[in-house]
Each structure stands twice: as structure tokens, then as C-alpha cells.
Design a protein around this ligand. Structure first.
Ligand SMILES: [Zn+2]
Length: 174
């Protein structure tokens, strides 16, 4: 993984946070980014409220859940999950989540959300349709041309791959 070059952006802060979460010390992060340990600490505190690393950023939570960011915030507004920390930097609200939030959302989906097609409860990990059968029948995918289907499947694959690559890269520091 290439080190992000423009300090001050969220991506830069996210990179630091991801390294921290994967167990890197402040000094290791500092060495890798060519910054001082104190600067790394400041960035973590400014963007995440703390240098501790067991909490999830909204982006990390979103990826673990396979949901969009607005959907995560909606679950928060509906009180399905509550942030472990929240604060405001320059007009932007920032949140950190306990790893328990993943299970809370999964439980919520499996007990409160019904399959869009057959209206049966969703099994764990499913978000809209209960099964591949319902997905194939209920999704607009059904009406796509052969080429449209191929493109759709490729884009789904790319989307899933992207999430995995980012997580792995952060974990190995590569
Ligand atoms: Zn179904």
C-alpha cells in the first residue's frame, strides 16, 4: 500500500488509524510516514478523539457491515446503534463505534428486516434479499441483458475486492 501523500486529509488520518488498529505503535507509524511521534498522536486525537485503537471509524464499521455510510447513520438515528464517542471538529461530526455495533446491526437485520421479495426474515449477513434465489428474482438484475449481467457481476466483484484489499493492506502495512 502506498503511503498517502497529502497530510491533513481524512484518507491520511484513516491510514494512520488503520495502522494503529492493526497494532502498530505510534513510533512505527511515525517512522513509516516520516513524521514525529507527537504529530501522529495529534492526528489521531484530532480525528478519532484518542490514540486507542479498539474502536471502529464509521468507514470501518460501514465496510464490516457491507452498508453505505448514510445507511449506517440512519441506523444510528433509529437508535439501533449508538456511537461509543462523538464529537465535532470544525462543523463536521465524527463518530467512533464499539466493535459490538457490528453484532447489534446484524441482530437488527435478522430480526427486523424482511426479504424484499418473499418478506421472510433475513439470515445473518444478508441485507436486502434472503437468498440468491430471491436476489435473482427480485433484483432488477433479472431484466438486464447478458452483457448487462456480466457488467453488474464484475462491478459487485470489484466493490467487494476493494474493501478486502484496503483492509488487508492496512493490516499488513503494505
Ligand atoms: Zn426472500
Amino acid at each position: 500500500m502506498q503511503v498517502v501523500k497529502n497530510p491533513g486529509t481524512d484518507i491520511y488520518a484513516n491510514f494512520i488509524y488503520a495502522m494503529r488498529r492493526s497494532g502498530a505503535t505510534l513510533q512505527q507509524i511515525a517512522d513509516r510516514l516520516n513524521r514525529t511521534k507527537e504529530r501522529v498522536r495529534q492526528i489521531l486525537v484530532k480525528n478519532y478523539g484518542s490514540t486507542r485503537h479498539e474502536l471502529l471509524s464509521t468507514e470501518q464499521l460501514r465496510k464490516r457491515l457491507g452498508l453505505s455510510r448514510p445507511r449506517v447513520m440512519e441506523l444510528c438515528r433509529d437508535k439501533i446503534i449508538t456511537p461509543a464517542r462523538e464529537w465535532n471538529t470544525k462543523g463536521t461530526y465524527r463518530f467512533l463505534w464499539s466493535p459490538d455495533a457490528v453484532e447489534q446491526v446484524n441482530n437488527y437485520f435478522s430480526t427486523n428486516v424482511l426479504c424484499k421479495r418473499c418478506h421472510r426474515p433475513l439470515p445473518s449477513g444478508r441485507r436486502v434479499f434472503c437468498s440468491v434465489e430471491c436476489y435473482n428474482e427480485g433484483h432488477k438484475y433479472k431484466y438486464k441483458s447478458a452483457l448487462g449481467k456480466k457488467r453488474h457481476l464484475e462491478s459487485v466483484k470489484r466493490y467487494r475486492q476493494k474493501g478486502r484489499v484496503l483492509v488487508q493492506a492496512a493490516a499488513t502495512g503494505r
